[in-house]
Design a protein around this ligand. Sequence first.
Ligand code: ADP
Ligand code: MG
Length: 323
Amino acid sequence: MITVRNLRKTFQTPLVQEGRFSGLRTLFSRAYKEKEAVRDVSFEIESGEFVGYIGPNGAGKSTTIKMLTGILHPTSGEVLIHGYSPQKHRKRVVGQLGVVFGQRSQLWWDLPVKDSYEILTAMYRVEESTSRRRLGELTELLELGELLDTPVRKLSLGQRMRADLAASMLHDPDILFLDEPTIGLDVVAKKNIRGFLQTLNREFGKTILLTTHDMDDIEQLCQRVIVINHGQIGYDGTIDELRNRIGLPTMMKVTYRGAVKVPLTWELPFRVVEQEANVLTIACNRQELKAMDVLRIVSSWGEMDDVHMEEPEFEEVIHGVYN
Ligand code: ADP
Ligand code: MG
């Protein structure tokens, strides 16, 4: 449904020279600095997938999304959406795409939200009764009721983001590209937006590519993650596989009723990180060792009272890929 092949984007920025008349000189100078924002990115996304596209700042995420939506032309490589290039067949492709850039609203700043929606539905040539029905549904799902008559500049960031999400859905696209739609939002606003995105994917079968710095977004929404760093893909797969690949240890806290005796001479298949009175903290790689096997060993060291397991934080997992 979405095919990206050997996508590359190099930006050329005029080299700024130091000194007097530096501004003038750059006007005439032919010196350019090349920045390879996206180096060689390939992936395919099937209908109905919810994919997280993550990476550190400057990794090339937004540049990729701009090429996916046809805003930017690739230096080389190609994008196909339902078999069509968003650059060459812009009209055909745009109708199937919904796009949200969290950093930049697509709504008209001084107009009431609903006026922006009117302009957009006219631009997309959505039939009037259809657009009214759809706006009704979106208003309910995103709780837009009181926002519709408010100018965009008076909305809070969370309200604006909801208004923007609705705007991206007015023409009922089957694919959504979301570039940091939860940036800067508080916990409640994030939760609302997550709920909405989940509904779009699960109930309406929308295909979604989501860029975010919020690992909870990724964990709660995405079945698959693509990690990009320095313009190149470092990982493409499930979240669980990613955890396993990085091999961060699962921490187990074992509490004993009374004294615990850790045999010092043993070769243990896991690491005892800490012993504090009757509580042991153990790090084990669950790929190599089942929790039951760990428990079998530690239960012989005293009378166990409680076992607590902590999976590695997703944020740490991702950090492992970047570095
Ligand atoms: P991300 O969205 O992952 O933070 P971007 O795709 O915005 O990263 O940017 C990738 C790299 O390309 C960065 O180094 C950025 O400075 C550079 N870049 C992005 N847009 C431009 C542009 N229009 N001109 C020059 N360099 C750019
Ligand atoms: Mg970006």
